[in-house]
Design a binder for this molecule. Structure first.
Ligand code: PLP
Length: 372
C-alpha cells in the first residue's frame, strides 16, 4: 500500500466498536451467494452505524450484526422523509486487494445533501472510517468475479420519535453493503429511454441536487410509465420550460456529436452532481474531446439524431458505469441512435473508467483508494 493511494483512515476509524455477528453466513453459502448475484437483494454479515444527537453530536461508532432496525413508529423519517443516501462500490483487483473509487467525493456529496435536508454533516473521516471498519470484517463479501463489486450504501435519517415538523434532534447514519454482479450480464446492451411526460424530477429551489429518498419516490411513477412504453429508463426534462434535458432516474446523460464534441446538461441545482459524470468529463477532456456543459433541448437532440449530427447518447452513474442509449421515445418521437448499437466513444470511455476501477490500467488521476 503506497501513501498516495492508501485510504486516509480516519483518526476516528479505530473508534468503531465491533460487535461480531454470532451467526455469519457460512463460507460455502456465501460463496454460493457470490456466484449468483442479483442487485440489492443480498447483504453482508455486518453494518456500520453512528448516532447523532443535537446535544452530543456524532457518537457511538460501531460495527454490528446486519439486521432489522428497531424504529419508533413516530420516527420523523417515516413521516417527513428527512433522509439522504450515497452509493459507491468496493472493487476486488486481480491480486486480491480491495479498492474504492473517489470515496471522498461521496463523503462530500453526502454533506451537501445533508445541508439541503437540514441534517447534520458527517465528518469525512467518519464516512471513510465506517467503510474501512465494515470492510475489515466483511472483506470476504467483496466478489472477485469480473465486473462484480460490493455496493456500499451509506444513509442517514431522522430517527427521533417526534411528529412535529422540524429538523430532528436524533439522527442515525448507517452503512450497509450488498455484493453485485455485472450490470449487463452477457455484455453491454444499449438501453431505451422514455422522456417523462407531465412529470418532473425536481424544480428550481427544490432538492434535485441532493441525494434524498424523496427524489426517487417522485421518479417511480414516471419510471413505471417508461416500462409501460417498453423502455428501461426515464429521462426527465426541466420543470421550468419542460424542454431541457436533466437526467435519468439514477444516471446523468451525455450527447456525443458527429464532430466529436460531447455535451452534457450543466449543473443547475436540479441535477445530481454525479461522480461518474465528473470523472467522464475529465477523461474525455484528457483524450482531447471538447466537452460542453450547457442547456440541451430534447428537440435538438432528436433533430440531431435524425440528421446524424448526434452520433451517440450515453448515461452514466456508479451502478452501470457508462451505459449506451439506443433509443429515445415519447408520444412525439421514437428515434434509434447509432443503429441501436453501442457507440465507439461510449465504449471507449466505459473501458477507460472500468480499467481504472478494477486496476487493469494505471490510475493517473489518483482516484483509487486501497482499503484491504
Ligand atoms: N443522477 C441520479 C439521480 C443518481 O441517483 C445517480 C446515482 O448516484 C447519478 C446521477 C450518478 O451519480 P454517481 O455517478 O455519483 O453515481
Amino acid at each position: 500500500m503506497t501513501d498516495t493511494t492508501a485510504l486516509a483512515v480516519a483518526s476516528t476509524a479505530g473508534d468503531f466498536r465491533v460487535v461480531r455477528n454470532p451467526s455469519p453466513m457460512p463460507a460455502a453459502d456465501r460463496e454460493a451467494a457470490l456466484a449468483d448475484l442479483k442487485f440489492g437483494t443480498q447483504f453482508t454479515d455486518h453494518m456500520a452505524r453512528i448516532t447523532w444527537t443535537r446535544d452530543g453530536g456524532w457518537d457511538n461508532r460501531r460495527v454490528e450484526p446486519y439486521g432489522p432496525l428497531q424504529l419508533d413508529p413516530a420516527a420523523a423519517v417515516l413521516h417527513y422523509a428527512q433522509e439522504i443516501f450515497e452509493g459507491l462500490k468496493a472493487y476486488r483487483w486481480a491480486d486480491g486487494s480491495v479498492w474504492l473509487f473517489r470515496p471522498e467525493a461521496n463523503a462530500q456529496r453526502l454533506n451537501r445533501s445533508a445541508r439541503r435536508m437540514a441534517l447534520p454533516e458527517l465528518p469525512v473521516e467518519d464516512f471513510l472510517g465506517s467503510v474501512t471498519s465494515l470492510l475489515a470484517v466483511d472483506n470476504a463479501w467483496v466478489p472477485g468475479v469480473e465486473e462484480s463489486s460490493l455496493y456500499l450504501r451509506p444513509f442517514m435519517f431522522a430517527s427521533e420519535a417526534f411528529l412535529g415538523v422540524r429538523p430532528a434532534n436524533v439522527i442515525d447514519y448507517l452503512l450497509i453493503a450488498s455484493p453485485v454482479g455485472p450490470y449487463f450480464a452477457g455484455g453491454v446492451k444499449p438501453v431505451s429511454i422514455w422522456v417523462a411526460q407531465g412529470f418532473h424530477r425536481a424544480g428550481p429551489g427544490g432538492t434535485g441536487d441532493a441525494k434524498c429518498g424523496g427524489n426517487y419516490a417522485a421518479s417511480l411513477l414516471p419510471q413505471q410509465q417508461a416500462y409501460d412504453h417498453g423502455c428501461q429508463q426515464v429521462l426527465f426534462l426541466d420543470a421550468r420550460d419542460d424542454r431541457y434535458l436533466e437526467e435519468l432516474g439514477g444516471m446523468n446523460v451525455f450527447v456525443v456529436r458527429r464532430d466529436g464534441t460531447v455535451e452534457t446538461p450543466r449543473l443547475t441545482g436540479t441535477i445530481l452532481e454525479g461522480i461518474t459524470r465528473a470523472s467522464v468529463i475529465q477523461q474525455l477532456e484528457d483524450q482531447n474531446f471538447k466537452v460542453i456543459e450547457k442547456d440541451i433541448t430534447a428537440d435538438e437532440v432528436v433533430a440531431g439524431i435524425e440528421s446524424g449530427d448526434v452520433a451517440e447518447v450515453f448515461a452514466c452513474g456508479t451502478a452501470a458505469v457508462v451505459t449506451p442509449v439506443g433509443r429515445l421515445a415519447s408520444p412525439d418521437f421514437d428515434v434509434t441512435i447509432n443503429g441501436g448499437e453501442a457507440g465507439e466513444v461510449t465504449m471507449r470511455i466505459r473501458k477507460a473508467l472500468t480499467d481504472i476501477q478494477y486496476g487493469r490500467a494505471e490510475d493517473t488521476y489518483g482516484w483509487m483508494r486501497r482499503v484491504v
